[in-house]
Design a protein around this ligand. Structure first.
Ligand SMILES: CC(C)(COP(=O)(O)OP(=O)(O)OC[C@H]1O[C@@H](n2cnc3c(N)ncnc32)[C@H](O)[C@@H]1OP(=O)(O)O)[C@@H](O)C(=O)NCCC(=O)NCCS
Length: 241
C-alpha cells in the first residue's frame, strides 16, 4: 500500500511542475489493480490492449503493464479535462513502439512515459518530451556505480561520508539517468556512464532538459522535462551505447 503521506508529498511536488509545463501525471497503487481477472478493473482497456494483455505469461509483468496503461490514461483524462474535453478511455490505445517506448496511437503528438517499482506506478503525459523513473530504495553496489556513473557523479558520491545519504544520492542519479533514457526513447541503449546528471539542466543535442528529483520515505522519483523547443532528434550519438 502507498502511504497517505507519500501520496501527499508526491502530489505536492509534482503539482508544482505543472505550472511551467503541460505535464499531467497519475500515481497508481499497484495493489489496487491486482484483481486482473475482474473485468470491471479492466474496463478502461481498449480492444487492442486486451489483445496485447493476453500474451503475458508472467503475472507480475501483466500487473505492471495494466497499471502503466491505467496511470497514463488517468493522466491523459486530466489533460483532456483541463482543456474542457472528455474522452472514452477504452477508445484510447496506449501501445509500445519498436523502441519499446510507450505512445498513444490516437494522439501521436502527446508524449508519454511510464515507470513502476512495486507498489508505485507513475504515468506522465505532456505536449513536450518527458521521461519519468521511480525506484524503491535498494543498495547501489560499487560495481554498478563504477559501471554506470559519470566521473563527476562518482567524485561527488565519494565525498558523502554517511552511507545512507550516499546511497540515496546514488539512487537519485540512477533515476535521473533512467528518466533521461526514456525521454530520449533509448532505454537500455543509453550510454549511462556518458550521461552526467549532477546539474538540474542538461543539453543533449538540440534538447534542453530540466531534471527534477524527489525523495520519499522509501523511494526516489525523477522527471526529465523538455524546456523550449528542441525540434530535432539528432546529435545525441555519444549517448548511445
Ligand atoms: C527499459 C528501461 C527503460 C526500463 O527501466 P526500469 O527502471 O527497469 O523500469 P521502469 O518500470 O521504470 O520502466 C518501464 C517502462 O519504461 C518504458 N520504456 C521501455 N523502453 C523504453 C524506451 N526505449 N524509451 C522510453 N520508455 C521506455 C515502458 O513504458 C515501460 O513500461 P511498460 O512496459 O509498462 O510500458 C531500461 O532503462 C532498463 O531496462 N533499465 C535497467 C536498469 C539499469 O541497468 N539501469 C541503469 C541506470 S544507471
Amino acid at each position: 500500500m502507498i502511504l497517505k503521506e507519500t501520496k501527499y508529498l508526491f502530489e505536492r511536488n509534482v503539482e508544482r511542475l505543472k505550472k511551467n509545463s503541460s505535464l499531467n501525471y497519475a500515481l497508481v497503487d499497484m495493489n489496487e489493480k491486482m484483481e486482473v481477472n475482474n473485468d470491471e478493473h479492466l474496463s478502461f482497456l481498449s480492444k487492442k490492449e486486451i489483445e496485447y494483455l493476453k500474451a503475458f505469461k508472467i503475472y507480475k509483468k501483466k500487473i505492471q503493464w495494466i497499471c502503466g496503461r491505467y496511470a497514463v490514461k488517468k493522466a491523459f483524462f486530466k489533460y483532456k479535462i483541463s482543456r474542457k474535453s472528455i474522452v472514452d478511455l477504452s477508445c484510447v490505445d496506449v501501445l509500445k513502439g519498436a523502441d519499446s517506448a510507450p505512445y498513444i496511437l490516437q494522439y501521436p503528438n502527446i508524449n508519454v512515459s511510464i515507470t513502476h517499482s512495486f507498489p508505485y506506478c507513475v504515468g506522465v503525459i505532456s505536449e513536450s518530451k518527458v521521461g519519468v523513473d521511480i525506484e524503491k530504495f535498494f543498495t547501489v553496489e560499487d560495481s554498478l556505480i563504477d559501471f554506470f556513473f559519470s566521473d563527476r557523479e562518482k567524485s561527488l558520491l565519494s565525498k558523502i561520508t554517511d552511507p545512507h545519504q550516499r546511497n540515496v544520492q546514488a539512487i537519485k542519479y540512477w533515476t535521473r539517468k533512467e528518466a533521461v533514457s526514456k525521454f530520449l526513447r533509448l532505454g537500455m541503449k543509453m550510454n549511462f556512464k556518458e550521461l552526467d546528471t549532477v546539474d538540474n539542466e542538461l543539453k543533449i543535442g538540440n534538447y534542453k532538459i530540466s531534471l527534477f528529483s524527489f525523495e520519499f520515505s522509501d523511494c526516489c522519483l525523477s522527471l526529465a522535462i523538455q524546456i523550449g523547443d528542441g525540434s530535432s532528434d539528432s546529435i545525441w550519438g555519444r549517448f548511445l551505447n
